[in-house]
Design a protein around this ligand. Structure first.
Ligand code: WT7
Length: 635
């Protein structure tokens, strides 16, 4: 796939201007040149942000797996598509070629079909980072089933909520997973979740850790025997451009998680094109994104984007700290990784371990470094630049979201001069705007506001599964005729963007989006808890950690606070997952509320970060007197 050969900043601006002046021509050219279509589109773009409705490449027909696999067979059949690096460094890495990927996806797709999965059915995938995870996504896409991947670190409760919301018919899981020196009983978690689910007809189980599990008769089956007898070829289902490809859940500031729905053609075109340009992928490069496929980063930039480019994409099963903190660098050296894409939280954790683990490895293969998931602080940026890239590899700080499907604001390596903590400039086709509190666009440079996008791009989510009204309210109602990201940003004197963080009640902990509502709901289930509120506070490694304010019921019994703390975190682990555990819990007598009864988290955030200099106006509170009490308790 060629690109626009953006070689310097001036050329970037030329391409960018074209993409904005005539977006339809711009995207049409890319779609025409780089993909395999079964039928051409009639219209490039139809859109109306007031409904909101967005359609790209209407009338076109295609199958994304023919683009990600079949079309590479002639020229790249023996090239490694997926390079699997297991959790245990002594277990051999697997080089899965495009030919082998084709065979495995086709057989897997035939198994799904044999189990009654049809176009449009939802299939929940709850798997660790093993090749079957990528293969099951592609197998769903092959037959037009909608995959809904749930990150295998989520609890049974969180899994059940997601299965029920999209009424999945099948779960694909494994007996268990390896994570560092631990094993996790994934099948047990699925069994527990399914006690609360009625739509699941079958469960397919991949054998990974060879543990004893129970199989429910008539529902559960090992997948390998089914694969062994499945036919070799599965005709790709011809999909319409706007047919759903997948659902992926993301936290909202309130309510249950939102099932973001992504569709086929636009998602393919955008993720493939951004992958090629942002990572400057060249044939024979080895590309590694350390994210889990359970998140959008893995969907777009481990699976679909790289494979659509015929790339070699590394899938790593383990964690950065096992067997020691040199693991990432050992893998870079071993597989001669050229592009390395990770999260600020990982960079900070590794930086803390010192340079011993870095210096003992040859990192000279690296050409481009990437970061994503949360704002990267200046110290981490420099550590990454100095010690990993040796100031030779540009850092692409890529800002985007589950909802955007692909990278939105990013440097183009070797063209856009980087600047620490800045995601820099919009990718071609992306039209950002900063908005003030009155809903006006703030023009000019050296300004700060709420980040919106003014014009559709091909990979934007089309709706929230089953709740278009919520989609409209969440993203298209805060600012008229614009997509609102939920982030704040500033634009510097040359027009570079720096994302300053969420302006809603979503908290990003170690790069994971956490909504306050489900965590507070979990806390409130503790019998001793009357009410609670959580906020984020700065944390050296996680970026943010969670701080809970908890009001205990006045039951007269004097429960030990330490026990309640432990029990609260236990409930959170069960209800949401271990990533949502609270670092600090403060028992308090009251929470500051507005007259309409909303908790004023702004004040709680300041107290949690020990920043009492300017608490702002508290006079509008219903109960201003509680604030001093909370401060005194916190000291
Ligand atoms: C939120 C989206 C997109 C893949 C992973 C996260 C934050 C993401 C950056 C960045 C500053 C960033 C934003 C965004 N975020 N990338 N480079 N700099 N903030 O996807 O879980 O949907 O989270 O992550 O706050 O809104 P997600």
């Amino acid at each position: 796939m060629s690109n626009y050969h953006i070689k310097n900043l001036e050329e970037y601006f030329q391409v960018y201007r074209r993409s904005v002046r005539n977006p339809e021509n711009f995207w049409e050219e890319i779609a025409e040149e780089h993909f395999l279509w079964r039928k051409r589109w009639n219209k490039v773009l139809n859109w109306d942000f007031t409904k909101p409705e967005v359609k790209w490449f209407e009338g076109a027909e295609l199958n994304i797996t023919e683009n990600c696999i079949d079309r590479h067979l002639v020229t790249r059949g023996n090239k490694t598509a997926i390079l699997f690096e297991p959790n245990n460094p002594d277990e051999e890495a697997q080089h899965i070629t495009y030919k082998e990927l084709y065979d495995r996806v086709n057989k897997f797709a035939n198994v799904l079909k044999a189990k009654g999965i049809k176009k449009g059915d939802r299939v929940c995938i709850y798997l660790p980072m093993i090749p079957e995870l990528a293969i099951s996504l592609l197998a769903c896409a092959r037959i037009g089933a909608i995959h809904s991947v749930v990150f295998a670190g989520f609890s049974s409760n969180a899994l059940a909520t997601r299965i029920n919301d999209s009424e999945c018919k099948m779960v694909i899981t494994s007996d268990g997973s390896y994570r560092g020196n631990k094993t996790i009983d994934l099948k047990g978690i699925v069994d527990e979740a399914l006690e609360d689910c009625t739509t699941i007809e079958s469960v397919l189980v991949v054998k990974r850790i060879d543990s004893e599990i129970t199989m429910k008769n008539g529902r559960d089956e090992w997948i390998q025997p089914l694969l062994d007898k499945a036919p070799d070829h599965c005709e790709a289902e011809i999909m319409k451009a706007e047919d759903p490809l997948f659902i992926l859940y993301t936290s909202g500031s309130t309510g249950k998680p939102k099932g973001m729905l992504h569709t086929t053609a636009g998602y393919m075109v955008y993720t493939a094109y951004t992958f090629k340009n942002v990572f400057q992928y060249r044939e024979n490069d080895v590309y590694w994104c350390t994210a889990d496929i359970g998140w959008i980063t893995g969907h777009s930039y481990i699976v679909y984007g790289p494979l659509a480019n015929g790339a070699t994409t590394v899938m790593f099963e383990g964690v950065p700290s096992y067997p020691d903190y040199g693991r990432f660098w050992e893998i870079v050296e071993k597989h001669k990784v050229n592009q390395f894409y990770t999260a600020p939280t990982a960079i900070r954790a590794l930086a803390k371990e010192g340079l011993g683990h870095v210096e003992s490895h040859d990192l000279s293969s690296l050409k481009i470094l990437g970061t994503v998931g949360e704002p990267i602080n200046e110290e981490a940026w420099h550590w990454y630049d100095d010690n990993i890239g040796k100031r030779q590899s540009p850092i692409v700080d890529t800002w985007w979201q589950t909802e955007t499907g692909g990278i939105m604001i990013t440097p183009i390596p070797f063209s856009t001069p980087t600047k620490p903590t800045y995601a820099t400039l919009p990718f071609p086709g992306i039209q950002p705007a900063l908005m003030d509190a009155e809903g006006n666009e703030i023009k000019g440079n050296q300004v700060e506001g709420r980040l919106c996008i003014k014009f559709p791009w091909p990979s934007m989510a089309r709706t929230i599964w089953g709740n278009h009204q919520r989609y409209k309210e969440t993203y298209f109602s805060t600012f008229e005729n614009k997509y609102f990201t939920g982030d704040g940003a500033l634009r510097d004197e040359v027009g570079y963007y720096r994302i300053t963080g969420r302006v809603d009640d979503v908290i990003i902990v170690s790069g994971h989006n956490l909504g306050t509502a489900p965590i507070e709901d979990a806390i409130n289930e503790h019998p001793a808890v009357a009410e609670s509120a959580i906020v984020g506070f700065p944390h050296d490694i996680k970026g943010n950690a969670l701080y809970g304010y908890v009001i205990l019921k006045d039951t007269g019994e004097s429960r030990r606070h330490e026990n309640v703390r432990k029990e609260i975190n236990q409930i959170i682990t069960e209800q949401v997952g271990p990533i949502a555990k609270l670092d600090k819990i403060q028992f308090t007598k009251g929470l500051p509320k507005t007259r309409s009864g909303k908790i004023m988290r702004r004040i709680l955030r300041k107290i949690a970060s020990n920043d009492l200099s300017n608490l702002g106006d508290t006079s509008t509170l219903l109960n201003p007197e509680v604030v001093q009490g909370i401060i005194d308790e916190a000291l």
